[in-house]
Write a protein that binds this ligand. Sequence first.
Ligand SMILES: [Zn+2]
Length: 453
Amino acid sequence: MVMASAGDGSQASASFSSTPECRIRRRRRLAPLPVSTAAGSSESAGASAAGPSREKRIRPASPTSSSSATSDVDSDVEQGEEVDEAVEEEELRPLPPAGPLHQVLAAAAAQAAWPVAFGSLSVAGRSRDMEDTVSLRPGFHTWVDGSPMHFFGVFDGHGGSHVSELCRDRMHEFLAEELAAEAASFAQRLSRRQQKAAAGEGTSAAGATTSGGGVQDEEQQQEERAWRAALSRTFRRVDALASLACACGRIASPPCRCPLSGNSGIVGSTAVVAVLVRGRLVVANCGDSRAVLCRGGGPGAATPVPLSDDHKPNRPDELARIQAAGGRVVFNNGHRVRGILAMSRALGDRMLRPEVIAEPEITVTDRTPEDECLILASDGMWDAVPNEIACSVARQCLQDGNPADAAAAGGTGPEPEPEPRCSNAASLLVRLAFGRDSWDNISVVVIDLQQRE
Ligand SMILES: [Zn+2]
């Protein structure tokens, strides 16, 4: 996302790196694609339109009903070879050679009970500027019960990359601190309750025998509250730091007054973060990057389950909140807060307060044995590749991957090792978006939730 006010008078050229092109890309970038232009029905799961002309390439879901949408995804999977061919022949043009293109980050963290392996690709794409970042931090923290916690994030910067870089470098550190603080009070509450329960058992044995499940539920809820609180505070802390960050890289209070500091008030970043702990997926989102869970429901089926809801200024509840704060959403090449920013929440952007807030929306989802993978991506991918297609492609890629490659690269040492199938899945999704004419930075993290041979 970049500011709408960037002026340019020239037409786009065919060059990847020309400045006018870049500006036009920026303007498009700030403008979300129309909500319902596609003939395909992929919007049902929250994906942006891919455009009718692309429909035939990979056969998006039928528009008639959600059940037919599912069956169409089925057919994609069953005709996997065909999908691959279509992707190869029609959509996978080579990525442009210029710019900070390839930053393949991949690793695997084998965990017996709840496996997690992951890979990512983040590219500038057709943009000259790279403002996306990703953060892959397996085992970044240990929860109070000894469970390892894994952190993955995609951050899509606008007006510069320094806020998204701040998110990449610091967010998991802040979260570890906040989780440690929460763990302490969580443990205290737990022990108080256990003491109470023990005392209750002494006086009323009948009541205690039936309360086991209830105590467990209560514990789980307390745990969830702790994670949510830690994530909210983490976002607040990163946001506070973002407000002091200058384009020159300095974080200073009072704010830096170097020549680069002029634009700092409209610099920000989205953040979509997934924390995996035991059998749960905790997703915190701020902005229009997105997390989608691919949940299998039998042979051939992969249902996309969005774990975040894009913060668009015209989302009814967000629009109401902005108006209640005295702000306005103006249609200027898409719905924008004050006609400037095409998202309603972001980290940074202190000039757009109080309308644009950094409060994340958080979901906690129980993992099931049917869960195939989790995809985190910036809108550079989601605007071009609908949820159903992304799920189908990633799942197929993970299933078809060469186990020998994976085993060869799989973790023998203490550090997480590259997981080729996840990297391939991320790479394929990036190339698919690029082939579908994404003009934006494209960042994809794929987290495999299956134990594969
Ligand atoms: Zn500065």
